[in-house]
Design a protein around this ligand. Structure first.
Ligand code: SF4
Length: 349
């Protein structure tokens, strides 16, 4: 793969310019080819002078990761891709289609250190943080694999493998790449970052000068159950999390989304609804209920349809807006935090 060559995927136009000692317009042109047009073959960058193309081929690669497997859900609404990084680590990303709407779910870490009880990624342990190019580059690979037309602006959710706020600086750099006017130019409001509740990250995020959305994977609203489901709760408790979410709302004026994966008999009862309503009191929040996709070997069952509906109604009666996510791509385990490579070991190519 790239060896000692520069990988340009993670660089802003001015960084390309600086790294290669180019003129500013050349850095912008190269960035535009890679991030707007999705072109990673330097020979195809036809508005660059031939000697520059030759030099780029010698010294750089535009991208140093590749898709090694694609699984498409039976309903065609979801495609999960397995991506191999330069060092052989693998991450997954998902493309979801709903009519004209395209959503790309990106990973921020290879593996995850947080070990949530219902999550296949956590069960596999942590490998390493992704760099900015590896996070943003997933979007380009997904758009190409899904043959998404250029005029469609995708939505981005950082909800794949990993806890984004444990890789904060790279995450923020990746978002700037995705929003760049010479690149995909994705509006901040189309981008959502999902955290289990890393309080320090929420505070930093509140101070960013942008409209990127925040989502909290809550799953339980009492300390004991949450510590079981999301062990990170032992570090930043629900009480601390609630304070930080309140501060975030006060500072930004923005609504947050609460993600709640419904597990049969564990967090889908009327008591759980009451606890969630109490947690949300005074917060500007919207709740996204996610039917759990069963993971073999995990001690949970999916909530029944009736319990899902009762939970939804309970929230609505309590004055909280909520939706029950449809089980889009459930057959390929495309839900948040449940990504894991379910594939044969790689064959060398
Ligand atoms: S749910 Fe998210 S934070 Fe929790 S272990 Fe899985 S990937 Fe990590």
């Amino acid at each position: 793969m790239s060896g000692h060559r520069h990988c340009l995927m993670g660089l802003m136009p001015e960084q390309i310019t600086e790294t290669l000692g180019l003129k500013p317009f050349q850095g912008r042109q190269i960035f535009h080819w890679i991030h707007r047009k999705g072109v990673v073959d330097f020979d195809a960058m036809t508005n660059l002078a031939k000697p520059l193309r030759e030099r780029l081929k010698e010294e750089c690669v535009a991208q140093d990761m590749r898709i090694v497997n694609v699984q498409v859900s039976e309903d065609g609404g979801a495609a999960k891709v397995l991506i191999e990084l330069r060092d052989g680590e693998r991450v997954e990303s998902v493309l979801l289609r709903d009519g004209d709407r395209v959503t790309l779910c990106l990973s921020s870490q290879a593996g995850c250190p947080l070990n949530c009880a219902f999550c296949a990624t956590g069960a596999d342990g942590f490998r390493r943080n992704l760099d900015a190019g590896e996070i943003a580059g997933q979007a380009l690979l997904l758009l190409a694999a899904g043959e998404v037309p250029r005029e469609v602006t995708p939505n981005i959710v950082c909800m794949g493998m990993g806890e984004p706020f444990l890789n904060y600086d790279n995450l923020v750099a990746a978002i700037h790449l995705l929003m760049h006017p010479e690149g995909l130019e994705i509006g901040a409001r189309r981008i959502t970052v999902s955290t289990v509740g890393v309080v320090e990250g929420i505070a930093r995020f509140a101070a960013e000068d942008w409209q990127v959305r925040l989502s909290i994977s809550l799953h339980a609203a009492n300390e004991e159950l949450r510590s079981q489901l999301v062990p990170y709760n032992k570090k930043d408790s629900l009480a601390r999390l609630r304070d930080s979410v309140r501060d975030y709302g006060a500072k930004t004026g923005r609504q947050i989304t609460i993600e709640w994966t419904l597990l049969d008999g564990v967090n889908d009862t009327p008591k759980d609804v009451r606890e969630l309503l109490a947690f949300l009191r005074g917060l500007k929040a919207f709740v996204n209920l996610i039917p759990w996709n069963p993971v073999p070997g995990m001690p949970f069952l999916s909530s029944t349809r009736a319990n899902c509906m009762n939970f939804l109604q309970g929230l609505e009666q309590g004055g909280v807006k909520a939706t029950l996510r449809r089980e889009n791509g459930g057959d390929i385990a495309a839900a948040c935090g449940q990504l894991r490579a379910q594939h044969e070991p790689p064959t060398p190519v």
